[in-house]
Write a protein that binds this ligand. Structure first.
Ligand SMILES: NC(=O)c1ccc[n+]([C@@H]2O[C@H](COP(=O)([O-])OP(=O)(O)OC[C@H]3O[C@@H](n4cnc5c(N)ncnc54)[C@H](OP(=O)(O)O)[C@@H]3O)[C@@H](O)[C@H]2O)c1
Length: 228
C-alpha cells in the first residue's frame, strides 16, 4: 500500500464535507479539517471515532478565510498533497431586497476561504511539484437561476479562479472543481421538506468524484468543471 497522502478538507464538518472525509479515510489518507462551530466538530469526532479514523483525522479550530487561519491549518496538517476547498455557505433572495452585507458574507465564505487556503498550500505543492486542488463550485454558477445573485456571483468567482489557477501552476499540480446542484444533506431536507429527495445528489456520490479528481487516475484532468 502507498504512503498515506496528506489531505486538507475544508468544510469537512459540513453536510458534503463529512462524506468527503469518509471517502479519503477509506482511501487510506491522512485528513486535516478546520472547524469553527464546536457542535459540528463534536459530531465529526463522534462519527469518525476509532477504529475508522485510526489517528488519521485531525480537527483544527481555525478560520480559514484568514491568512493566519489557513496557515495554521497547513502547519498542523504537515505534508499536504491534496486540498479540497469545501467550506462554503448559501443565501438567496431577490436582489432588490439583498443587503450588500450578504454579498460580503458570501464572498468571504465562498471565495476568500478558497483563496486563502490555496495561497497557504501552494508553496508546499509547488516545492513538491505534485498535488491536487479540488474546489467546490455550484451548478448555479454556470446556469444561474434568478433570486440567487450574491450566491451565484460568489460561486462564479470560484469557477473563474479554478480555471485561472489551473493554467498558472505547473502540470503536476492539478486544479479542478466540482459543481454540485442540490445535495441531499440534512440541512436541505429540513429547508425543503416537500422536495423529491430522490432527485438530489448524495454527498457520497460527490465525494467519490472528488477523490477521483485528486487521484493519479485523473492525472490528465486540469481546469475541469465537473457537474455533479
Ligand atoms: N448543499 C447544497 O445543496 C450545495 C449545492 C451546491 C454547492 N454546495 C457547496 O458545497 C459545499 C458544501 O456544502 P454543505 O451544504 O455541505 O455546507 P455546510 O453543511 O453548510 O458546511 C459548510 C462548512 O464550511 C465550514 N466553514 C465555513 N466557513 C469557514 C471558515 N471561514 N473556516 C473554516 N470552516 C468554515 C463550516 O464549518 P463550521 O460548521 O465549523 O462553521 C462547515 O463545515 C459548499 O461550498 C457549498 O456552497 C452545496
Amino acid at each position: 500500500m502507498n504512503e498515506p497522502r496528506g489531505v486538507i478538507v475544508t468544510g469537512g464538518t459540513g453536510g458534503l464535507g463529512q462524506a468527503v472525509v469518509a471517502a479519503f479515510l477509506a482511501a487510506g489518507d491522512r485528513i486535516a479539517v478546520p472547524w469553527i462551530a464546536e457542535a459540528e466538530a463534536r459530531r465529526v469526532r463522534e462519527r469518525f471515532a476509532s477504529p475508522l479514523a485510526d489517528g488519521r483525522l485531525l480537527l483544527v479550530e481555525t478560520d480559514i478565510a484568514e491568512a493566519d487561519g489557513a496557515a495554521a491549518l497547513l502547519a498542523a496538517a504537515g505534508d499536504v498533497s491534496v486540498v479540497v476547498n469545501g467550506a462554503g455557505g448559501f443565501a438567496g433572495g431577490a436582489h432588490a431586497e439583498t443587503e450588500l452585507t450578504v454579498w460580503d458574507q458570501l464572498y468571504r465564505v465562498n471565495v476568500r476561504t478558497v483563496a486563502a487556503m490555496c495561497r497557504a498550500a501552494l508553496p508546499g505543492l509547488l516545492a513538491r511539484g505534485h498535488g491536487a486542488i479540488v474546489n467546490i463550485g455550484a451548478t448555479a454558477a454556470v446556469e444561474p437561476p434568478g433570486g440567487l445573485g450574491a450566491y451565484v456571483a460568489s460561486k462564479a468567482a470560484v469557477v473563474a479562479f479554478t480555471r485561472s489557477l489551473a493554467r498558472e501552476v505547473p502540470p503536476g499540480i492539478r486544479v479542478n472543481a466540482v459543481l454540485p446542484s442540490t445535495i441531499d444533506t440534512p440541512a436541505n431536507r429540513a429547508a425543503m421538506p416537500d422536495a423529491d429527495f430522490s432527485r438530489w445528489t448524495r454527498p457520497e456520490q460527490i465525494a467519490d468524484t472528488i477523490v477521483w479528481l485528486a487521484s493519479d487516475a485523473a492525472s490528465a484532468v486540469r481546469g475541469a468543471l465537473v457537474p455533479v
